[in-house]
Ligand binder design. Structure first.
Ligand code: NAD
Length: 419
């Protein structure tokens, strides 16, 4: 259900902009679905000696601006529709922040928690054998996504290089530092979100100390976003993970919450204010409560479709920064817009990840090592510029910020197609 919805939502979003741009039917036809979808079997010898067949996908949406780019996820709920939707989002994201990439996404239907390390390695290498003819540094460059990580990318790039017969570090991004990974990639998405936060501060004259934030999701994106927002002086009063969240009126210290979670295994009870963690500071909340809290800025940084037509009327934040992919349904967005809530779309807010992947691709090709400082400076530049362009377009056309972002991204892709 989750995946089918996401594809329909993504198409709805595109068609709305297609209407505004008055796109020709043949352009719509080309952009409403991926150019190519690869579905393949991955036979894997399990540790018990038996062969098990897994199913893999790679969706390649559009490559008019450059090679397809996008992650590979390992999850039991991966489906054709899910990778198709996510590949479309990748096209818009790369276009919006002006990267020379198109959109792709891949996945394997698998519960990685049930696999041994050796089985995981065989699936990863099997995935590469399945898509080998359609990927490469100038064709389609995969990266990590849900349940895939630098180690898996190292196996994948090794398998690719073997099949190709040459060292090809630029065929994948999100690799470990030792094999042309990028310093700063880990925190890039969260950092990019903090650049957007800084822009909101500038445009709306926000005083960080008095600006409250609630962040849903405390994984890579949520926790890094929280760390950078905290460093900038913003007041984070609620944080959550899949099993629930925490609230502290005095403001949480995410560094301390991370340390506390490391110890306890979950954030429940980690009410860390200043340098002290004490249960007297806060209380436990549900994910639903977090979304509906009376805060200035709400940051969904966990999963898709969490703000729906049902809870949109109850959202009390003034601004939403979409750090997760697709956290607001199209119907919910309409309600938020009517209520005057500004949302910064995922294709801008979380584009720091793919922008850093671009830097990694460049350094892998040029065999040059970037320092973290350079990565973060370039991210500020790219995302800051993209924010300003969208802001100006929304002012000039008198349209909502989110709509302006899609208009800019899709307009750029269509222009390249026509050119
Ligand atoms: P992650 O697996 O590191 O963390 C996900 C977090 O969300 C965890 O804290 C988990 O407990 C929480 N969570 C899971 N299900 C939840 C639910 N139903 N309700 C509330 N919380 C829930 O993942 P991540 O890399 O941080 O990615 C988060 C989102 O950001 C995803 O939508 C992903 O596609 C998107 N994204 C990630 C990157 C990146 O560089 N990692 C880049 C762009 C977009």
């Amino acid at each position: 259900m989750r995946q089918e919805n996401l594809f329909t939502e993504t198409q709805k979003q595109f068609k709305e902009i297609a209407d505004i741009l008055n796109l020709e039917p043949e352009i719509i036809r080309q952009l409403e679905e991926p150019q190519r979808l690869i579905k393949f079997q991955i036979p894997v010898k399990m540790d018990n000696g038996k062969i098990k067949i897994f199913y893999g996908f790679r969706a390649q949406h559009n490559n008019v601006l450059g090679p397809y780019k996008g992650g590979i996820r390992f999850h039991p709920k991966v489906s054709e529709d899910e990778v198709k939707a996510l590949s479309i989002m990748m096209t818009w994201k790369c276009a919006l922040v002006n990267l020379p990439f198109g959109g792709g996404k891949g996945g394997v239907i698998v519960e990685p928690k049930e696999l041994s390390e050796k089985e995981l390695e065989r699936i990863s290498r099997g995935y590469v054998r399945g898509v080998f003819p359609w990927i490469g540094p100038e064709v389609d460059i995969p990266a990590p996504d849900i349940n895939t990580n630098p180690k898996i990318m190292a196996w994948m790039v090794d398998e690719y290089s073997k099949l190709k017969g040459e060292d090809s570090p630029a065929a994948f991004t999100g690799k470990p530092l030792e094999v042309w990974g990028l310093e700063g990639r880990e925190e890039a998405t969260g950092y990019g979100g903090a650049v957007i936060l800084e822009k909101l501060k500038e445009k709306f004259n926000l005083n960080p100390k008095e600006t409250t934030l609630a962040i849903q999701g405390f994984g890579n994106v949520g926790s890094n976003f929280a760390r950078f927002a905290f460093q900038k002086g913003f007041k984070i009063i609620a944080l959550s993970e899949d099993v629930g969240g925490i609230y502290a009126e005095a403001g949480l210290n995410p560094e301390k919450v991370l340390e506390c979670r490391e110890e306890k295994g979950e954030i429940a009870g980690c009410y860390c204010v200043g340098s002290v963690c004490d249960t007297n500071f806060g209380k436990q909340i549900s994910n639903e409560q977090l979304l509906e809290m009376d805060v200035d800025i709400l940051v969904p940084a966990a999963v898709e479709n969490v703000i729906t037509e049902e809870n949109a009327p109850k959202i009390r934040a003034k601004y939403i920064i979409e750090m997760a992919n697709g956290p607001i349904t199209a119907g919910a967005e309409k309600i938020l817009e009517k209520r005057g809530i500004l949302s910064v779309p995922d294709i801008l807010a979380n584009a720091g990840g793919v922008a850093a992947s671009y830097f990694e691709w460049l350094q892998s090709k040029q065999k040059e090592k970037w320092q973290k400082e350079r990565t973060l400076n370039e991210l500020s530049e790219i995302l800051g510029k993209a924010f300003d362009e969208v802001w100006e377009l929304s002012q000039k056309e008198e349209i909502k910020f989110k709509q302006a972002a899609y208009l800019s991204a899709i307009g750029r892709v269509v222009k390249a197609m026509k050119d």
